[in-house]
Structures are given as structure tokens and as C-alpha cells.
Design a protein around this ligand. Sequence first.
Ligand code: HAM
Length: 425
Amino acid sequence: MTKIQSLRGMHDLLPDQTSTWQYFEKIIAEILERYSYQEIRFPILEQTELFKRSVGEATDIVEKEMYSFDDRNGDSLSLRPEGTAGCVRACMQNGLLHNQTQRLWYTGPMFRHERPQKGRQRQFHQIGVEAFGLKGSDIDAELILLTSRFWKALKIDHAVTLQINSLGTSEDRLRFKDELVSYLTKHFEQLDEDSQRRLSTNPMRILDSKNPVIQTLLEGAPVLADFIDDESRDHFSKVLAVLEAADVPFEINHKLVRGLDYYSKTVFEWVTTSLGAQGTICGGGRYDGLVEQFGGKPCPGVGFAMGVERLVLLLEALDVVPSSVSHGVDVYIVAGSEHTVPSMVLADRLRDQCPTLRIESHCGGGSFKSQIKKADKSGADIALVLGEQELSDGTVGVKYLRKQHPQESVVQTGLADLLNLFFTD
Ligand code: HAM
């Protein structure tokens, strides 16, 4: 019988990887807490219509990457390809946007049927942040400062660059699109197949093309910045002023348009050259029209999301995960099989008295020799040995597994102090 395998591009996260993920998630969650962002959770499955109306019908995501299917009632549902749409829907449905501001974050799996490669999966994870009800440039700047703080805390700030642009209003973009289309139509023969198709579906995405012929062609194309209204221009320069004052370096990238339709004004991406082709670790921007598009009262929004797999890959590539993060055991308790009760009691008492230590009790019996072997393999620094002699004396054997030091016999009442002292050194 053929073995059942996981789906292509959907990976298991094994125990030796989860410690790095937990380290990463903990740092991010702590910083979000310090900026007073609150967590929100919403479903993985939504009506397909939600993504069509927000991400956009003509985007790659909706056109060809969504996992969509009809459920038993015949309704079209989709696994979420991103979090912003679901977050906005949840906030509207639960009255969180009515005359109030919200600073929210979420985490979880997203699904896109893309061609898998390093840093690109079909099931991947994002941590996303969204702020609602704030139309000023200050919140855009706050979000970027927040991301910048993440990279510093993770010690990857030297390897990432901020690219930023302003998309202006939807009217500005329409005028620009017209000009862009008429310029590119004149050079239709020079466009590759993908760009020819995009010319009628989503012309602004041609700006993203990596094809050098297109890049050269774009040098003579109209520039979005020339079409942007005064208010968006002023908004953008205020965001940049905060970044400059806060010493957050940035590159203005006039070709940065992002792959989702809901953006207006500020858009940004953090990129790295240390991961190969999939170098965007975080992307976001303002989406002031989205709530209205969903039928709500106008409510400005701005946010970003980062790809957890890509960030974990980057942490590993730059070797910045502290060695203490790997799963490890500090103390391993070894006992004769007839001494299960006192050894379990000892282990639990030590967990009360030494709350920072990772203590593993040997289970499954076996000789002392084989148990010590397991203790060694666990990575523990100390094995505690409970045999006949120790039980009758009220002592425990302390065996040092990582340093040259003879085994000691320690009275049980003094054990917690010894361990606490040993592991604070
Ligand atoms: P996005 O740029 O589509 O934006 O995705 C954000 C991040 O998710 C990317 O920068 C990348 O790190 C990661 N990512 C995307 N696709 C994949 C994939 N197939 N495999 C691995 N990682 C991936 C959004 O999703 C917007 N919702 C962000 C946002 C929030 N804008 C405003 N608020």
C-alpha cells in the first residue's frame, strides 16, 4: 500500500524546529504587548467572496492561488490566503470599528497554491498586525518602527532593508494606470507573455517584473509618484520624517506596488538578500477603502504581515538563535524500577523548588547504565540517581554529566539549593 504523505508545499514542523519558532513568536508577542496591540483570532475558512472583494479578482492570489471549494451546501469557501480580509470582516461583524480605534495582531497558517521553493510554501504562517480608525501618518510610522524593533530584538537588523512607496488614492492610481497602459501598449511587442496578459488584467503588477527587457522598458514609463495628490504626498513625507528622525534607514522604491488590490497611500516591504529569491520577509501598507468596500462606514486601516518560515530561515542563516533555545533538559532523574513512587515525588518537588529548570524523569525502566546513557543523550548537565542506598540514607546521587567531577551524595533537603546554584552559574 502506498504511504500517505503530506501535501506538496505543506510541511510538518518537527520538535527540533519548534523551539526556534517559539523563541521567535515569544519575542514578537512581547514587543507587540509593549506597543499595546491585542491579539485577535478568526477562522481559517471564509466565504470566497471575502477575498475576491478585498485582495482583488485580478490578483495572482485570487486568480490562481486560492484553495477554493464548494461545501456541502454549495457555498464557495476558501482557505485564507492572507489575514487582513478576515481580520476586517471579524472586526466589522463584531462591532469593533464603530467610533473606536483598534490595534490588533494575529498569527496562523495561510494557504496559497504557489510553486513551492525555499521560503515559499503552500501552507505558510504569518504574524500580521492591523490598526483601524487612525488616518494620520503617525500610525504608519509606528508600524514601521514596530517592525524595525522586531529585527533589532532578533539581531537581524543588519541583514534587512526597508523599501517604501506611496500609492496615492484610487483615483490617482486610475489616472496613472491609463497612462501606463497607453505607454506599454505602444511597446506591446516587447512585453513578455505574462506582462501582455497583465496589461489588460492588472497593469501595475508589470512594474514588479523581474524580466530585464521589461525593466529597461519601464525606465521610460510614467512614474506613479507624479500622479499622486497633495494629501498623499504630505502623508508620505510625514511618515518618512519620522523614520529619518528615528534613524530607520529606508529606500524609496517607486515600483513597489504590492500584490494585493486594497492598498492606498503608504506601502512597504522589508527585504533581505540572505535568503535567495524569496527575500521579502514582511510587507504591508494602508488600506483606507477596504471597510467601505465591505459595506461598512468608512474606517481607515493600515497593517503588515511577516512570513514566519522566511524569518526562521533567516534566523538560522544568520546563526542568531541563542544556543539555550534548543530543546534541552537540565536535570534527568534516574531510579531503580522499584523506586518509581519516591522518584516521581522527588521530581515533582524539585519542579516546585526549582521552577526555571527543565527536569525529566526517566520512564520505562531499564538498568542504571542504560538510564545514564539516556540521561547523557538528553543533553542534561546533571543526572540524579535514586537507588537503594540513597533511599535508606535520605540522599540523592548527583552525577555531573558534562564536567570532570566525582559523583556526590547530597541530602534530599539540600538538593534544590545545590541545583539552583549550579544552574545560575
Ligand atoms: P503579503 O505580502 O502577501 O501581504 O504577505 C506577507 C508576507 O507573507 C510576505 O512578505 C512573505 O514573507 C509571507 N509569504 C507570502 N506568501 C508566502 C508563501 N507562499 N510562503 C511563505 N511565505 C509567504 C499580506 O498577506 C497582507 N495581508 C499584509 C498586510 C497586512 N497588509 C496590510 N495588513
